[in-house]
Write a protein that binds this ligand. Structure first.
Ligand code: ZN
Ligand code: ZN
Ligand code: ZN
Length: 378
């Protein structure tokens, strides 16, 4: 019933599917259809790739066991997953067969049924399914999975703690051993990626190295630009443990920074610290953002903080819950999200400091603890 992930962490997929079924029963949803996506990884630990060949997990509210429709050439990957074969039925389709017909047949009489479909199922498949299932009502699978995925279980939290800790270690080694002036952004990113891979974090889930004026662009595209003296550099990166992501940002300066840079750095770090201190169950997500925004606005830089203060993190780098104005949902124990205020001065420099945090029963727990003082590199 259980698969062993990193750390000997035990992912109990049968339990996750059972929890999804309980939620389907609560909402009157008859079937849950999941295409290759992080939702599929969540429910069965299967990182299938999206392609023109249909793969779909179909879970009934109760009764028959779940089944997965898979193309013949990818079936060997599942045949070795004994834990899954105990809890779901493999329905393999051959190259000349119609997988939509196979899936529709498995769902039975569609009349009056409510079918939740993952938002990452290609519209090409969904349009054919709608035709093949007259009388059914289609809704978004987020209704079922969003609530489950945003509250991390102990096995998930263990992976995320480990991912955060190892990412911190990689960063500490990077700043202690690397010189930046004269390297390209890509070269700096590759060195950091190597330090992560060596610790078992895999290939980076993402890697932003934004230097000079580029540091003022929060989702900057890392390039072959050469890093020079006098520049700020934002490093925003993450790896993963058993699919669970880490996400950290640190901003460094090559050679002595200006007084203004030091001042703005202190404001951003203050916003980060106050945001973390405010975390507790019951606090509306939007108020997490408000705390950071108030610090930065009071310091006179409000118009330069151009994004929400945080996003949920887990199997996806950005997922629910979002710490953004308008989101009144309360924080709950088990939520993992980023605390990442920033100030971006166009054409000059940007500063962002980001930690991943966990909401516990009593407050916040930092999953990143790498040094946050202003590091001057060479
Ligand atoms: Zn981001
Ligand atoms: Zn980040
Ligand atoms: Zn982030």
């Amino acid at each position: 019933m259980a698969a062993t992930g990193a750390l000997g962490a035990t992912m109990n997929y049968a339990e996750r599917i059972a929890r999804a079924q309980a939620e389907m029963a609560r909402q009157g949803i008859d079937w849950l259809l999941i295409a290759p996506s992080s939702d599929l990884v969540y429910l069965m630990g299967y990182p299938a790739h999206t392609s023109e060949r249909l793969t779909a997990l179909a879970t009934p509210q109760s009764g028959n066991e779940p089944f997965i429709v898979v193309p013949r050439l990818e079936a060997p990957r599942l045949a070795e997953r004994q834990d899954l074969l105990e809890i779901l039925d493999l329905r393999i389709w051959d190259e000349t067969e119609n997988p939509i017909a196979l899936l529709a047949k498995g769902l039975g009489d569609p009349q009056g049924k409510t079918i939740a479909v993952s938002d990452q199922m290609w519209s090409g498949f969904l349009l054919k399914l709608i035709d093949a299932l007259p009388g059914a009502r289609f809704v978004n699978a987020d209704l079922v999975l969003k609530g489950l995925r945003q509250i991390k279980a102990e096995d998930e939290i263990a992976c995320m703690r480990e991912a955060g800790r190892l990412t911190d270690e990689a960063w500490e080694e990077f700043v202690a051993t690397t010189t930046l002036a004269g390297k390209t952004e890509n070269e700096a990113g590759q060195i950091l990626a190597g330090l992560m891979a060596r610790r078992g974090l895999g290939a980076p889930a993402f890697m932003i190295v934004a230097s000079g004026p580029g540091s003022a662009s929060p989702h900057y595209l890392t390039s072959d630009k050469v890093i020079r003296e006098g520049e700020a550099i934002v490093f925003d990166f993450g790896g993963n443990i058993a699919g669970y992501k880490s996400d950290i940002t640190r901003t460094v300066h090559v050679s002595e920074p200006s007084e203004e840079f030091r001042k703005v750095y202190a404001i951003v770090d203050e916003a980060r610290a106050r945001t973390f201190a405010a975390i507790r169950p019951g606090l509306p997500c939007e108020e997490v953002d408000t705390v950071a925004r108030k610090v930065i606005t009071d310091a006179g830089y409000g118009e330069y903080f151009i994004h929400r203060v945080g996003h949920g993190l887990g199997l996806d780098v950005h997922e629910e819950p979002y710490m953004v104005g308008g989101n009144r949902a309360p924080l709950r124990p088990g939520m993992v999200f980023s605390d990442e205020p920033g100030i971006y001065l166009p054409g000059r420099f940007g500063i962002r400091i980001e930690d991943t945090v966990l909401c516990t029963e009593t407050g916040g727990e930092l999953l990143n603890n790498a040094r946050r003082d202003l590091v001057v590199m060479r």
